[in-house]
Design a binder for this molecule. Structure first.
Ligand code: SAM
Length: 250
C-alpha cells in the first residue's frame, strides 16, 4: 500500500535528480505544480508502470513533466477539447518526446477502454464528482496501480468524499511533503503568486493538491461509484435550486 511515509522516503531518494531534470521546464498556467509530479513519481516508487494514462492535458504541463521524469513509461494523454488554443501549445512542447501519445476525446468514455492493469492514471479534467466517478470506474474495471486526482485541496467536494469513504488516499499537501519540496514550485509562484503558498490560513491547502488513490483489492469501487454518482446528482440539483431561488428573489 502507498503511504505518506513510503512517498517521503522515495521522494528523498529521487528529489535531486528530479530537480535537475525539471530545472529548465517552464511553468504553464492551469498546470500541475512541479512538487505534485515529484509526489506522483515517489508514490510509484522505483518499479515504474508500463504506462501513465492522463485525462486533461490543456497546455501540457503535467504531460511534459511526466514524459521527462518517466522516460521508461508510455504517456497516453487524453484531452476533450480539440479546438482549444491550448492544443498547439501542448503539441509544440511535447513534439520532442517519443514516449507520448496525444489523443482527443472524452476521458469518461475513453479511459475505461484505455487503462490496463498496473497502469498509473492521472485525472486533471473532468473535475468534481465527475473526476471521482471516472476514478472509481477505472479502479473497478481496470485495476490500475493507482489513480491520481488533481485539485483535491482541503474544502473541495472531492476531498470531503475521499476523506470519508477512501481513507487510504494520500495527499500532496501533507505538511511534511510541502515543507521539503515547496522549493520546487518557485517558477509556478513567479507566474501565479497564489497558486502555491505555505502561508495560507488554516483549512486551506498549500496548492491545488494531488490525491493518490492506491488500488486496494478490499475496496468496493462499484458502490463508491454509485455513491459518487448520487452525490453528484444531488449537488447539481442543489446548485440549480439555489440559482432559481436567487433569480426569484430579484
Ligand atoms: C486544468 S486543465 C489540465 C492541465 C494539465 N493537466 C496541466 O498540468 O497542464 C483541465 C483540462 O481537462 C480537460 N477536460 C475536461 N473534461 C475532460 C474530459 N471529460 N476528458 C478529457 N479532458 C477533459 C479540459 O478541456 C482542460 O483542458
Amino acid at each position: 500500500m502507498i503511504t505518506i511515509e513510503h512517498i517521503l522516503a522515495q521522494a528523498a531518494a529521487i528529489a535531486d535528480d528530479y530537480a535537475r531534470a525539471v530545472a529548465d521546464i517552464p511553468y504553464e498556467h492551469k498546470g500541475v505544480l512541479f512538487s505534485e509530479i515529484l509526489f506522483l513519481c515517489a508514490a510509484l516508487g522505483p518499479e515504474r508502470p508500463e504506462r501513465v494514462v492522463e485525462s486533461g492535458r490543456a497546455r501540457g504541463q503535467s504531460t511534459h513533466l511526466l514524459a521527462t521524469c518517466l522516460p521508461e513509461c508510455e504517456i497516453v494523454s487524453v484531452e476533450r477539447n480539440p479546438d482549444s488554443p491550448d492544443v498547439p501549445v501542448a503539441a509544440a512542447r511535447l513534439a520532442p518526446f517519443g514516449n507520448v501519445q496525444l489523443l482527443f476525446g472524452d476521458a469518461m468514455r475513453m479511459l475505461p477502454e484505455l487503462v490496463r492493469e498496473g497502469d498509473a492514471v492521472l485525472i486533471d479534467g473532468p473535475k468534481g464528482y465527475r473526476a471521482l466517478r471516472l476514478a472509481f470506474k477505472v479502479l473497478a474495471s481496470c485495476r490500475p496501480r493507482a489513480v491520481f486526482i488533481h485539485d483535491c485541496g482541503l474544502g473541495t467536494e472531492e476531498r470531503k468524499f475521499l476523506d470519508r469513504y477512501v481513507p487510504e488516499t494520500v495527499y500532496s499537501d501533507a505538511p511534511a511533503f510541502v515543507e521539503r519540496y515547496a522549493f520546487l514550485d518557485a517558477a509556478c509562484r513567479a507566474l501565479d503568486p497564489d497558486v502555491a503558498r505555505e502561508d495560507r490560513e488554516p483549512g486551506r491547502s498549500y496548492g491545488p493538491t494531488v490525491a493518490c488513490v492506491p488500488y486496494n483489492p478490499a475496496q468496493r469501487y462499484t458502490s463508491l461509484l454509485r455513491r459518487a454518482t448520487l452525490r453528484g446528482m444531488l449537488d447539481r440539483l442543489g446548485a440549480r435550486l439555489r440559482r432559481r431561488l436567487r433569480s426569484a428573489e430579484r
